[in-house]
Design a protein around this ligand. Structure first.
Ligand code: IMP
Ligand code: MG
Length: 175
């Protein structure tokens, strides 16, 4: 069965915004090195596009956590599936997330990362759905603030599909 997907944010708009975000990060960390931590799998597309445009030295690592099943609602339980490969002690860490929804996933991840003594720690997200926040999360940068709709594309999935769409779309009929 194919789902009906409407474009919410076009490929050009997303690319333009990611370029701006990369410029801001490059300025902020001038003369330093940034360590990007991506949350698998959703943030991979955003993280690659961002990293390509950052002009200061970049290193990268990934974690995998799950708070969602194959449906569209947060279970409230965050499970750590894959930890970092390297220590973040003394590093300028930027956690890169695809979408901030209830905040359960990110608040949990931030708490764990803070305990590991990075030199600095900030959180950025491509998309933010503030209407659905349950636990507050301190964001230093947001790509787009979006309405409470179920989003796919640019790394985001619906039952593991549509991550590869080059734009941000809305699946109709999904809450
Ligand atoms: P939170 O813990 O509720 O903030 O959920 C964050 C995670 O849920 C994100 O990293 C996504 O993987 C997933 N998620 C939240 N909203 C959406 C959506 O609209 N489309 C696809 N995945 C979503
Ligand atoms: Mg995610």
């Amino acid at each position: 069965m194919t789902d009906n997907i409407e474009v919410l944010i076009s490929e050009e708009e997303v690319d333009r915004r990611i370029k701006e975000m990369a410029e801001e990060i490059s300025k902020k960390y001038e003369g330093k090195q940034v360590h990007l931590i991506g949350i698998l799998k959703g943030s991979v597309f955003f993280m690659c596009e961002l990293a390509k445009r950052i002009t200061v030295p970049v290193t990268m690592d990934f974690i995998s956590v799950s708070s969602y099943g194959d449906g569209t609602k947060s279970s409230g339980i965050v499970k750590f599936n894959k930890d970092l490969d390297e220590s973040i002690e003394g590093k300028n860490v930027v956690i890169v997330e695809d979408i901030l929804d209830s905040g359960r996933t990110l608040s949990y991840v931030v708490k764990i990362m803070q305990d590991r003594k990075p030199a600095s720690l900030e959180v950025i997200t491509l998309l933010d759905k503030p209407d659905r926040r349950v636990i507050p999360v301190d964001l230093s940068m947001t790509g787009f603030v979006i309405p409470d709709k179920f989003i796919v594309g640019y790394g985001l999935d619906y039952a593991q599909k549509y991550r590869n769409l080059p734009f941000i779309g809305v699946v109709s009929g999904v809450e």
